[in-house]
Design a protein around this ligand. Structure first.
Ligand SMILES: [Zn+2]
Ligand SMILES: [Zn+2]
Length: 268
């Protein structure tokens, strides 16, 4: 068990992220012939620019992140450091806590207008494929990392739990955005517990009633518990945000400056 844990937590998640995107993007080209590489090269180009910015800023801030988690371990800060439980149990509880925190952090990104200015970059995409994953504003790195650091301090989580949860969640996150047509049985079987691609795609629907639903990261039960769970046939989804529909508003440059612009949220 120790060696499995050691292997999983030793992954370089930034490299894993690039490999996953390349793998799923290639699979999309092979399996979903409707969306050709040529037709989507502009979309891919702008998504790739934003993704690169996100990764570079993540690498640049990694030392601050590691510093905080060393500090938590050294001074035994946080709830789980106050109780004696087997380490494996601590990992399971830690992953569950991170998913709970992730649900609320995501929900706050939709509620607080300042956070929404950054988060709407991810929602602005009028197409949906694996390049939509991490098509986020680079400054989102600060929000994501600050959330994890606060969760670490409050609940006493160590860096292994953070990395392990990321190793589990990252492939799911990319799959959530792929343009494969997943059969409904995937939702019927896995959608009871996990966020399925179709459930996350509903979260990308233009209609605000649906944009503000299905906030879950790994597990869907938080949405069911806190009243934000929604279902909709995937063929009825219209991706993006009305205020970002113009192709000029789909460029990486516009999306980078968009948090500093007063853009009114429009519903259809
Ligand atoms: Zn969202
Ligand atoms: Zn998404």
């Amino acid at each position: 068990m120790d060696s499995i844990l050691k292997t999983l937590t030793s992954f370089d998640t930034d490299i894993m992220f690039v490999i996953l995107l390349a793998l799923f993007f290639t699979l999309e080209q092979v399996l979903e012939k409707g969306l050709s590489f040529k037709k989507n090269s502009t979309h891919l180009f702008h998504s790739a620019l934003l993704q690169t910015g996100y990764i570079l800023l993540n690498i640049a801030t990694a030392s601050v992140f590691v510093f905080f988690f060393d500090w938590i371990v050294q001074y035994k800060i946080g709830l789980l450091n106050q109780i004696e439980i087997p380490y494996i149990l601590k990992i399971f509880i830690g992953i569950l806590i991170l998913d709970f925190v992730g649900y609320w952090a995501h929900r706050l990104n939709h509620i607080w207008s300042l956070f929404w200015r950054l988060h709407r970059v991810h929602h602005s995409d009028t197409k949906m494929d694996s390049s939509t994953s991490f098509r986020a504003h680079p400054f989102d790195v600060f929000l994501d990392n600050a959330t994890l650091i606060v969760a670490g301090i409050v609940f006493g989580l160590d860096i292994n739990i953070i990395v392990l949860r990321w190793v589990i969640y990252m492939p799911l996150f990319v799959i959530h955005h792929t343009n494969y047509k997943f059969p409904v049985w995937v939702d019927a079987v896995f959608g009871k517990v996990f966020v399925t691609p179709n459930l996350h795609k509903i979260h990308h629907h233009q209609d605000q009633e649906f944009t503000d639903s299905n906030y879950g990261n790994i597990f869907i039960f938080w949405d069911k518990l806190f009243g934000t769970y929604k279902e909709l046939p995937v063929q009825e989804i219209k991706y993006g945000l009305v205020e970002f529909e113009d192709s000029k508003k789909q460029t990486a440059w516009y999306l980078l400056v968009s948090p500093f612009l007063n853009i009114k949220r429009l519903d259809k």
